[in-house]
Design a binder for this molecule. Structure first.
Ligand code: SF4
Length: 343
């Protein structure tokens, strides 16, 4: 049984302007010890998908359907109290903004100790020692002193590390990290990715990493979901996504990665902007920006299907183009990129 199985998840927000369909039919599963990367532009539904699973969307204005089975139990059907118990012990989440997790009027030490004692009967002295060790593990110098500080007394990078320490304290079965390294320098980013690797290796935890950084995805993830306008447009093992991407949107994302060819940095961006989720485009949601659009694309949403061949069974894309044409085109585009002429 997978640790997490999300089935046909839909999340819609009621706003004054109408219904925003932020997540529209997302399904995936995740096993222990695996790292799943979710990639896409801002507003693609990456964060809302995870916040919905954790019950962190405003209940009164939100309509949620589907299932999110964690160890066989549906998180979407749990009470707020049950979810609170689950969060921090079995499932932890790291946000981009540390102040969403840290309480400004409590010292860092008090918050970390509380995070342990909420789920475990352990003496204050022992808990404090564990917190100190965890702060050291996330690269915070002089951890005994830092425990006495309030969040505003720490730099932005330190606060981010303190929040990561808090998430990792109880060795969660599932860690959801939303752009955890975006605001950090390259060295700290590498340390945090190492910590995530350690969590997976030592505790067999499953990890969902939400990011727009394909470099981070390539470095740490086993599987990838590519999201666009609230839908999964491509999913598969990380090697397949990077070596044989099968969706025009993924081609655009990969094409926009900076590359150094003959000393010049190449940049390519996808034309246009993501659609409004108040009135998403008909048919394939990517059609207004797609260079390959066919008449059928404007009318019918393409199903998420595996390509031809046994090695393609875990690699799916939602596109009306013939799979054989996509293989050919992706080889041509990325051949051009390597040779320096760009897509
Ligand atoms: Fe482009 Fe059509 Fe494929 Fe959508 S279904 S990505 S519009 S070719």
């Amino acid at each position: 049984m997978p640790l997490l199985e999300v089935k046909d998840l839909h999340t819609s927000f009621r706003t004054e302007d109408g219904i925003v369909r932020a997540v529209a039919g997302v399904s995936f599963s995740l096993e222990r010890g695996r790292v799943l990367g979710i990639v896409g532009e801002s507003g693609s539904g990456k964060s809302v998908t995870c916040r919905t699973i954790l019950g962190l969307v405003p209940a009164r204005r939100t309509e949620v359907t589907g299932q999110a089975l964690f160890k066989g139990r549906d998180l979407l059907k749990m009470s707020r109290a049950e979810l609170r118990q689950m969060r921090g012990r079995d499932i932890a989440m790291i946000f981009q903004d540390p102040m969403t997790s840290l309480n400004p009027v409590m010292s860092v030490g008090a918050q970390l100790v509380e995070a342990i004692q909420l789920h475990e009967k352990v003496a204050g002295r022992v808990a404090r020692q564990r917190c100190q060790e965890m702060l050291a593990a996330v690269g915070i110098p002089n951890p005994a002193e830092r425990l006495k500080n309030y969040p505003h007394e720490l730099s932005g990078g330190m606060r981010q590390r303190a929040m990561i320490a808090m998430a990792l304290l109880n060795n969660p079965d599932l860690l959801i990290a939303d752009e955890p390294t975006t605001a950090l320098d390259v060295t700290t980013q590498a340390q945090i990715l190492n910590l995530i690797r350690r969590l997976r290796r030592e505790f067999d935890s499953a990890i969902i990493l939400i990011t727009h950084d394909l470099g981070v995805i390539a470095e740490i993830c086993d599987e990838v979901l590519v999201m666009y306008a609230g839908q999964i447009v491509e999913q598969g093992p990380v090697e397949a996504i990077f070596e044989q991407p099968a969706h025009p949107y993924t081609w655009g994302l990969l094409g926009s990665l900076p590359r150094l060819n003959e000393g010049r940095e190449q940049l390519y961006s996808i034309p246009g902007a993501p659609p409004s989720l108040l009135r998403p485009p008909s048919g394939c949601v990517f059609h207004p920006r797609c260079a390959y659009v066919l008449p059928v694309c404007r009318e019918h949403r393409p199903p998420l299907l595996a390509g031809d061949g046994p090695e393609m069974t875990n690699h799916r894309a939602a596109c009306h183009l013939e799979p054989a044409f996509r293989v050919q085109e992706s080889t041509r585009l990325f051949g051009q990129l390597e040779s320096g002429s760009g897509p």
